[in-house]
Design a protein around this ligand. Structure first.
Ligand SMILES: [Zn+2]
Length: 696
């Protein structure tokens, strides 16, 4: 298993693919001189059509409303002087240097003006006062870290991704307002990794165990921190390369922003379990002398999330439920589609419970809103944003609009379109509207053709034949490209690429179309996905070995059942035909028992049951099983040294291990882009492999 950072670090010269240096290939030889300033030799300038799309956006959007810029700057106390933060491992964990180009020009003809606006706003970098007693360090990671002054120390709301960036933020706080006081509590607002991964940079586990530091989280936090990204984790990791443009250099022609922040830091990630869960819908208690009212908001932006109101300061913490973007109902990396109506209702409850009196609202991303009028304005619009998505999409669906058409039909109300924080920077109206239909009706549009579509490998060559062959498609595709009809051009050229994955001229033309579509997008997921696909069509998926590192903390948070469920997904059932066995797994230290059965080429487990006559009984403490799950020791070694007790046919374990597959995050998405050399380090077959902690 590869972390994204390791994958990226393993890449050869990222901007210039090796085959350009060697002059290999004929299609490349016909290319015009590279565009100055573009990171890719085949990169193209924005066309006049693209420039016109951006000009119209500039004319239609409310650029006169500059309140976000005022709010982003307000309370600025101290800049962070170092533009880079080093990881303990030696590499650069965080780099703001690469985004300074955004400040040097008012406009870029390859960046949507609204996205540029958000990208510049996200360039904030330093320590800010929200109100006396509440401070935020912004721009050190994807998310903010917020410090609330308690009676005896500091209460941190959310702790970013990496220990290194958190330490840098803590240092900055201490230099200016910290007064040398310690951390007395940490509040995890929700389950996404950009809100808890850096905790070990701020507090020591022994201090948490000794009761010196409280760690507070919404009910169900630990179960949901990784469950969202285990089963399809490898596929999600791969899709992150598109959604977040992980291979794209920071450039006006490449990566410019991640909507919620500039990017994800690449330092050490860890997790300390909460010591206090907020279990009621509304729960009030004091944290280090500060009165706090917690509002659980399950199944909103994350499976488990909570807002917090500080009544004595009239300050409202909105977690990630309300930030300065339209958020994802459907996230392109893949996740169960979120419930926008439930999300809206939770915002409505916040509004009527706390928003009617709050004087400041702050969140885990972006900047605060001051004044009750502004707080209410934003809460009301965000409430309506998600409710409207739900209601109007289903309104159309009930009149026959399908998942394949809704993005062309659904529009936000004009009053919401004119509010910057409702714009589709992170979630897009296009994908969110399709997501709502997916949630209620699934992928099928009702046309039987789409129930059993022919394989693309068979239908695409038929299309190519019927259209008169590759040359005709390329000629027509270029014509459409020259007319700025990129969506139509990509429709037909994609058929050719599907039919002829080795046709580099076709891949280059498709890439050119993708690039223009990418430049035109306000939404980062759309921009990055089109530009990432263009990159891979032009250069292929980068080669390079992958290495393995999952945070042991995260693996420990995995339940045994989740671990067994995922083993069943890793098993190649085609190799298990005819095999049959039963295993009793007992973990006496936590009192759990599982019956694991392989039959019908299917591995199942059921908690709380045991077979009367198992082929094998494996007894091991859960804490020792974790040694195998983290890869510290193999299961065989644990049996050999007596840590685990095996009764019965031990050879079953070896047979089962032989069925396990290690997933590689470099599978091709676009045809004909496979890396030339694919090596994956073989993981221990019983090592748990969660996907990288989900960030959002
Ligand atoms: Zn987040």
């Amino acid at each position: 298993m590869t972390t994204r950072r390791q994958f990226i670090q393993s890449l050869p010269a990222l901007a210039v693919p090796a085959h350009f240096l060697t002059g290999e290939g004929t299609a490349e030889a016909r290319q015009p001189a590279p565009l100055k300033g573009h990171f890719h030799p085949k990169g193209k300038a924005p066309s006049k059509f693209t420039i016109e799309v951006l000009r119209q956006a500039r004319a239609q959007l409310p650029f006169a409303d500059k309140r976000d810029f005022d709010e982003q700057k307000k309370g600025f106390l101290a800049p962070m002087k170092d533009l880079q933060i080093k990881a303990d491992a030696g590499h650069v964990a965080w780099d703001m240097e690469r985004f300074q180009f955004l400040e040097k020009q008012d406009d870029f003809d390859s960046i949507h003006p609204s996205l540029l606006r958000q990208a510049v706003l996200n360039n904030n970098y330093g320590l800010y006062e929200v109100v006396p007693g509440i401070y935020q360090v912004r721009g050190f990671d994807l998310a903010n870290i917020t410090f609330v002054r308690g009676k005896t120390g500091w209460i941190a709301f959310d702790v970013m991704v990496s220990a290194e960036t958190v330490r840098a933020a803590w240092k900055l706080l201490q230099e200016h307002v910290g007064k040398g006081l310690p951390v007395t509590a940490v509040v995890y607002s929700h389950t996404h990794g950009d809100h808890w991964g850096g905790v070990r940079g701020l507090v020591k586990e022994e201090d948490v165990r000794a009761g010196k530091v409280a760690v507070i989280a919404p009910d169900g936090f630990l179960e949901h921190t990784i469950s969202e990204n285990v089963y399809a984790g490898n596929a999600m990791n791969r899709r992150l390369f598109y959604q977040y443009g992980l291979l794209l250099p920071a450039s006006a022609y490449g990566f410019v922003d991640m909507a919620l922040g500039k990017g994800v830091s690449a330092g050490a990630t860890g997790l300390i379990a909460p010591t206090r869960l907020v279990t009621k819908a509304i729960e009030e208690f004091e944290v280090d002398g500060v009165r706090m009212v917690f509002q659980n908001t399950p199944n909103t932006e994350a499976p488990r999330e909570m807002n917090t109101y500080l009544p004595d300061l009239k300050a409202l913490w909105m977690a990630e439920n309300v930030t300065a973007v339209q958020h994802n109902v459907y996230t392109l990396r893949g996740a169960p589609v979120r419930d926008p109506l439930n999300w809206s209702k939770h915002i409505a409850e916040t509004l009527h419970r706390f928003g009617v009196e709050a004087e400041v609202m702050f969140a885990s991303h972006h900047w605060p809103r001051w004044g009750n009028g502004r707080v209410q304005e934003v809460l009301r619009a965000q409430r309506d944003l998600y409710a409207h998505l739900n209601n109007q999409v289903l309104h159309f669906a009930n009149q026959g609009v399908t998942i394949n058409e809704i993005h062309n039909v659904y529009r936000m109300p004009k009053t919401l379109q004119q509010q910057w924080h409702c714009r589709g920077y992170h979630g897009s109206p296009e994908n969110n509207s399709r997501g709502v239909i997916q949630r209620f009706l699934g992928y099928w549009d009702g046309n039987p053709v789409n129930l059993l579509p022919a394989p693309a490998s068979e239908s695409a060559p038929l299309y190519v034949e019927m259209m008169g062959g590759a040359e005709k498609i390329l000629a027509r595709g270029r014509e459409l490209y020259d007319q700025g009809k990129y969506l139509l051009a990509q429709e037909i050229v994609n058929k050719l690429v599907q039919a002829e994955p080795g046709n580099q001229a076709a891949k280059d033309l498709l890439a050119d179309n993708f690039e223009q579509v990418g430049y035109q997008q306000e939404n980062v997921g759309l921009r990055n996905s089109f530009l990432a696909a263009a990159y891979e069509l032009r250069s292929g998926i980068p080669q390079g070995e992958t290495a393995d590192s999952s945070s042991p903390d995260v693996i420990r948070a995995m339940s045994t059942e989740l671990f067994l469920n995922f083993l069943a997904i890793r098993m190649d059932s085609r190799k298990a035909e005819g095999m049959r066995f039963t295993i009793n797994l007992v973990t006496p230290d936590n009192g759990e028992k599982f019956l694991v059965e392989l039959e019908n080429a299917t591995l199942t487990n059921i908690k709380g049951f045991q077979a009367a006559k198992p082929d094998l009984t494996l007894t091991i403490k859960r804490t020792d099983l974790e040694q195998a799950m983290t890869g510290a020791k193999t299961l065989e070694a644990l049996i050999a040294d007596g840590t685990a007790k095996a009764e019965g046919d031990v050879s079953i374990l070896k047979k089962l291990a032989g069925l396990m597959v290690d997933f590689d995050p470099r599978f091709s998405i676009m045809p004909g882009t496979q890396a030339r050399e694919v090596k994956v380090e073989k993981a221990d077959p019983y090592k748990a492999i969660p996907g990288k902690a989900v960030i959002e």
